[in-house]
Design a protein around this ligand. Structure first.
Ligand code: GLN
Length: 533
């Protein structure tokens, strides 16, 4: 939307109507997005409602004050009030964005650079070559554990050993280049480490949708000075001949410290996560940054190894690919939906942000975002990918389908209560149906003709005497007989049946045997369209 924003900003009188030509020019670049927005086809159709929930979760989790900021370098060892900063940002795959709290404060990416460096290594060398030197298994140990797998490889790219290995693979110089570096006249070779750094910054910028990340020299210097464990890991890997040929251990570590010292805001990081959620295409620019296969591999390993030695429990309870960093950031990917970043410096014993973890828990308790929520048909969580109106329509349609198949079990199931209640309220659809060519009052006819049909007990109109143009008065003779039968068989709602349903399952099934199911479908559609007006 950058072009549109720029256009609107440049428009001198924002209140004055924009001439049609100018407007067309402005929206042309974003026409697909605008069309999707106008047709309600965004991945989160009720975005405002969704963001209200995010605000609520942010406010609730903000109350959490346990944990401690990382203290191994002064730049991360924040004191009050800085240590209590808390930002949450999200970006959908349509490019819709929202943030709450301290989402514009820059923080060092630290370990959240690991998935990005892994993707860069994959893009350059392919899966086979990368996984010849890095495994795919969770280590079950802490992120900087001095351990390799049984093939003397780092367990995975999401822990320090694996991340150092990814760094060794990015813009790896071959022997010839390294010899050339000793020739002082070769400017490119001499500036090689700087070019590699520029390249990585450029990729981060593309992942962020064009916004430039920062780099913190103090963090870099501190990381370098406190890196005994990372040096130990690198020496251990060299001893075990884990590195590809030609790798200079010091050079690789320098690059790793640089990568950890890149700084982003939660808002920027949410766009990075959204680019991963979108299969490698940045939702803000439409630019492909990574191949889909690269992102698939990365998300798989984030799911199993992204949260240090809490990864198994995170996969179990949250069920989303994520990566955390000791600065208090968590990058969360909801594939095909959105990227989220939480940032809050207080950490738990695993090194994960306490508030970030609580945010994730609340998020998946509220919304059906856990990887396996799709399996639980009876889940009471909300799916924000479906608008409420669409959800109503689907439930009513399911009910009609079940009735037409004579599936009384499905009709009587508690999960169908909502659909029955909505079908009861089809009255507003009459007007819509008449606009679309349907016969006014037809919905009510259907309801009244349903054997066992009773009207909603609590609705005032259900107690009103029938008017002169009541559909029941206008029923043709044959239907009047049906109607009399229905009246005779009408019973109060059964004890097991929710009172709001207002009719029996057998009644629905019977009625549906006699009516035009396509007509009902078009009425459902009309109701849906009407509700959106
Ligand atoms: N720079 C830190 C380290 O290598 C990053 C670790 C982390 O974020 N978990 O120790």
């Amino acid at each position: 939307m950058a072009a549109l924003d720029a256009f609107l900003a440049a428009h001198e009188e924002p209140e004055k109507p924009i001439p049609q030509d100018n407007f067309c020019k402005a929206i042309r670049q974003n026409i697909l997005l605008i069309e999707r927005a106008l047709q309600g086809q965004m991945v989160i159709p009720d975005f405002t409602e969704f963001c209200t929930e995010i605000d609520r979760i942010h406010a609730v989790t903000r109350e959490e004050r346990s944990g401690k900021a990382a203290d191994y370098i002064p730049q991360l060892d924040l004191k009050e009030p800085e240590v209590d900063q808390y930002g949450v940002a999200l970006c959908t795959i349509d490019g819709q964005r929202y943030s709450a709290g301290d989402a514009q404060v820059f923080f060092p990416v630290e370990s959240t650079c690991k998935p990005v460096n892994y993707c860069l290594a994959l893009e350059e060398h392919g899966e086979e070559a990368v996984h010849a030197v890095i495994g795919h298994e969770p280590s079950g140990a802490s992120f900087n554990e001095l351990a390799l797998d049984k093939h003397n490889r780092p367990h995975n790219p999401m822990i320090n050993a694996g991340a150092i290995m990814s760094c060794a693979l990015i813009k790896l110089r071959d022997k010839r280049q390294r010899t050339r570096q000793s020739t002082l006249s070769d400017v490119n070779a001499r500036g090689w480490a700087g070019m590699r750094f520029d390249y990585v910054m450029d990729r981060w910028q593309a992942l962020c949708g064009g916004e430039k990340p920062r780099f913190s020299t103090p963090v870099y210097l501190s990381e370098r000075q406190t890196a005994d464990r990372n040096f130990a890991l690198a020496y251990y890997m060299r001893e075990k001949q884990a590195f590809p040929e030609d790798v200079d251990l010091h050079d690789v570590l320098e690059f790793y410290f640089q990568s950890c010292s890149i700084e982003l805001t939660a808002e920027m990081m949410s766009v990075v996560a959204a680019t991963l959620a979108n299969g490698g295409i940045c939702p803000l620019t439409g630019m492909r940054v990574f191949k889909t296969e690269t992102v698939q591999n990365c998300l798989t390993l984030m799911s199993s190894c992204g949260m240090y030695d809490f990864s198994g429990e995170f996969a179990f309870t949250i069920g989303l690919p994520a990566k955390s960093g000791v600065s208090g950031a968590i990058m969360i990917v909801i594939p095909n939906v959105m990227g989220i970043c939480t940032w809050s410096p207080r950490l738990d014993a695993h090194g994960n942000s306490v508030r970030g973890i609580r945010f994730c828990r609340q998020l998946v308790e509220t919304f059906s975002f856990h990887n396996y929520d799709s399996l639980t048909g009876s889940s009471r969580k909300r799916d924000p990918r479906t608008s409420r109106t669409r959800l109503q329509t689907m439930k009513v349609n399911e009910l009609i389908w079940a009735a037409s198949k004579g599936d009384l079990g499905a009709i009587q199931a508690p999960a169908a209560a909502r659909g029955r209640a909505d079908l009861c309220r089809l009255r507003p659809a009459d007007a819509a149906a008449s606009r679309c060519g349907g016969k006014p009052g037809q919905c009510r006819e259907v309801l009244h003709r349903a054997p066992g049909a009773g009207r909603h007990r609590n609705r005032p109109e259900s107690r009103r005497p029938l008017g002169r143009d009541s559909p029941r008065r206008r029923l043709p003779a044959r239907q009047r007989d049906d109607h009399r039968d229905a009246q005779a068989r009408r019973q109060p709602p059964g004890r097991d049946e929710p009172a709001e349903a207002g009719w029996t399952a057998a009644g629905v099934a019977g009625a549906l045997g006699r009516i035009d199911i396509h007509r009902i479908h078009s009425m459902q559609h009309a109701m849906w369209m009407n509700a959106r007006k």
